[in-house]
Design a binder for this molecule. Structure first.
Ligand code: ZN
Ligand code: ZN
Length: 310
C-alpha cells in the first residue's frame, strides 16, 4: 500500500507533462503576454530631467516626437539618452493633455497613459497642440458642459461646403467582418450631422477608402504590431483610413480586444476634419482603454458643426 502513493504521484506528473505543452500550443497566448510596442516606457518609469545616458531613453524621445510633442533643431538629440529641457517640456505638455499632474517626471500615471493603445495621428500638428485647453467663451445660458475642446487640422482642412455626400470603399483585402461595424460608424456620423455616406464597390472611385494594413504600408506611417498605434486616417480631402491589421479586432466591449466600430467612429472624425480632443469621453480623444467602446459625444458633434459653419 505504501508504494501506491508515489506511484500515483509519478503518474500524475507524467500526465501533466504530457498535457501542459499540448494545451499551450493549442491556445493563443493571453493578450497580456504579447508585449506592446509601447511597453519600453514602463522600463523608463521614474526618469526625470538631468538623467544622463539612461538606457533606452531615446525611445521615449521618438515616441514624443511621433505624436508631435518633441522637435529638436539638432535632430541628433532625438537619438541620445539624455533627459534634457526639451524632453521635460514635451513631457509636461503631454501630461497636461492627458490630465496628469505636469511634473515633468515619467511617473506611474504618465506611464499608464503613454502605454495605452492609441490613434497614430499626432496630438500636436505643425506646432499646434490640438489638445490644449480652449479659450472658453462665456455665453449666457451655456453651461460648462458646452465648452468646446474639439480641434481641427491646420488651416481647417475640410470638404468643400457643397460636398455633403461622401462615398467610401474598402480595399479588396479587407476582411468581410469589418464592413458592418464601419457601416454602422458612418451611420452614427450621418445621424448627428448634415453628412450622408454611401458604400460603393472596391473597384469604384470613392471619396474615402478603408483598409487593413500591417507594419510598413506605403504611407510613411508604419504600424507597429499588436498594441501601440491601432489605426490612423488623413485630413480632408485625402480620404484614407487604415486599421492596423495586427490588433485583436473585435465587435463590442471584449476584454483584450479593440472595438472596430469605436475606432471607425474616431477615424471618420479625422476624415471629416476633426483633430484630437482633450475630453476623455469624446470619440476624438486619442487613446482607447482595454475593452472600451465609445460613441459620439456632444464635443465631437459641436466640432463638426463649427468646422462647417452650420
Ligand atoms: Zn486620432
Ligand atoms: Zn496608413
Amino acid at each position: 500500500m505504501a508504494m501506491n502513493k508515489p506511484f500515483h504521484l509519478l503518474t500524475l506528473i507524467f500526465i501533466l507533462v504530457l498535457i501542459i505543452p499540448i494545451s499551450h500550443s493549442q491556445k493563443d497566448l493571453p493578450d497580456t503576454q504579447t508585449p506592446s510596442p509601447f511597453s519600453f516606457i514602463k522600463d523608463l518609469q521614474g526618469c526625470h530631467k538631468g538623467n544622463r545616458s539612461t538606457k533606452g531613453l531615446h525611445n521615449l524621445k521618438h515616441y514624443l516626437h511621433q505624436f508631435g510633442y518633441l522637435n529638436y533643431r539638432d535632430q541628433t538629440h532625438l537619438d541620445d539618452d539624455d533627459f534634457d529641457n526639451a524632453l521635460e517640456s514635451a513631457l509636461k505638455t503631454y501630461q497636461k493633455n492627458y490630465h496628469v499632474s505636469p511634473t515633468g517626471t515619467l511617473d506611474a500615471s504618465t506611464v499608464e497613459k503613454m502605454t495605452s493603445p492609441r490613434c497614430g495621428v499626432a496630438d500636436i500638428v505643425e506646432g499646434i497642440n490640438t489638445m490644449a485647453p480652449k479659450n472658453h467663451h462665456h455665453r449666457p445660458g451655456k453651461s460648462i458642459h458646452n465648452v468646446a475642446n474639439f480641434s481641427f487640422f491646420p488651416n481647417r482642412a475640410r470638404w468643400p461646403p457643397s460636398k455633403t455626400h461622401l462615398t467610401y470603399r474598402f480595399h479588396p483585402n479587407t476582411p468581410r467582418g469589418i464592413i458592418a461595424p464601419v457601416n454602422s460608424a458612418f451611420q452614427k456620423w450621418a445621424s448627428a450631422t448634415f453628412f450622408t455616406f454611401s458604400h460603393v464597390g472596391s473597384n469604384m472611385q470613392s471619396d474615402l477608402a478603408i483598409g487593413f494594413f500591417s507594419r510598413n504600408h506605403g504611407d510613411n506611417a508604419p504600424f507597429d504590431g499588436r498594441g501601440g498605434t491601432i489605426a490612423h486616417a488623413f485630413a480632408p480631402t485625402n480620404g484614407r483610413f487604415h486599421y492596423d491589421a495586427d490588433e485583436n479586432w473585435v465587435i463590442g466591449a471584449v476584454q483584450g480586444g479593440t472595438d472596430l466600430e469605436t475606432v471607425a467612429i474616431h477615424e471618420i472624425g479625422h476624415l471629416l476634419g476633426l483633430g484630437h480632443s482633450r475630453v476623455p469621453a469624446a470619440i476624438m480623444f486619442p487613446t482607447i482603454g482595454p475593452g472600451q467602446t465609445k460613441d459620439l459625444h456632444q464635443d465631437d458633434i459641436n466640432g463638426i458643426r463649427a468646422l462647417y459653419g452650420r
